[in-house]
Design a protein around this ligand. Structure first.
Ligand code: ZN
Length: 249
């Protein structure tokens, strides 16, 4: 016998009682572990920065690199960093860049910095245009929207759907998405391989798709990357704000 919510005894629990029990169970069982993939990634990016324990002078160099990236689409060379930041030598700039590299705050190829969250010197699927017309590449879909909050500038993001290669255009003004074409754009974050550097492992798998339908089609064709989570655009905007909002502060 079961006692329902009104105290009545019955042979079977009422549907409401069952639902309530299931909800509570789900909540208790799942809640401590349910952290969205995006939250995990955000914590990784922010956590690495915190864990790097940069000195104020080192952090100034990080911010300088990001600001130059935003302006020119490329990272400054070590010589330029040394001059601009009035470092004692190019070797000192090199040591600093290496430190940021080891902390996964930027990535390098040879002597060249090729990415620093949220920017990429190389072409990606996500192009970000500023009001003055200049354009830069973002490492991933979330980074593209995060740039708006990091720089406090209105942006237009042009991306391509991995399923149909159709153009996706998203305008962000004053903290809001003011237009989006096509209308049903979503982000899919593939959970794939979590090891190593986020810029290399996650970013190629965080993309805008035209629609949920195109996410599903793409997942069927790409079984190795089919596990993951889908987000609505307003959620992507929130994630971008959370990760990059104070990145230059
Ligand atoms: Zn598509």
């Amino acid at each position: 016998m079961f006692q329902d919510e009104s105290g009545r005894l019955a042979n079977v629990p009422s549907v409401d009682t069952l639902r309530k029990a299931m909800r509570e169970n789900d909540f208790k069982r799942v809640q401590p572990f349910v952290k969205s993939l995006m939250d995990q990634i955000g914590e990784t990016v922010r956590g690495r920065l915190a864990a790097a324990h940069l000195s104020p002078a080192e952090d100034d160099v990080r911010k300088y690199i990001l600001k130059e990236f935003a302006k020119t689409g490329k990272a400054p060379s070590e010589t330029t960093i040394a001059e601009a930041m009035k470092l004692p030598s190019i070797e000192a700039a090199h040591r600093l860049v290496e430190r940021l590299h080891k902390a996964d705050i930027l990535t390098k190829e040879g002597a060249e910095i090729v990415s620093a969250y949220p920017f990429s010197a190389k072409q990606t699927r996500h192009k970000v245009a500023f009001p003055d017309g200049h354009e830069i590449y973002a490492l991933c879909a979330t980074d593209a929207l995060g740039i708006h909050f990091m720089l406090g500038e209105n942006i237009v993001v042009r991306s391509r759907c991995p399923e149909c290669e159709g153009e996706i255009k998203i305008e962000v003004k004053d903290g809001k998405i003011t237009s989006c074409a096509p209308e049903g754009v979503v982000e899919f974050v593939s959970s794939g391989d979590h090891c190593g550097c986020t810029a290399k492992t996650f970013c190629p798998f965080m993309n805008f798709f035209c629609s949920q339908e195109h996410v599903e089609k793409w997942r069927e064709k790409n079984p190795a990357s089919s596990k993951g989570e889908m987000y609505q655009l307003h959620q992507v905007l929130e994630h971008g704000k959370h990760i990059f909002g104070d990145f230059l502060k």
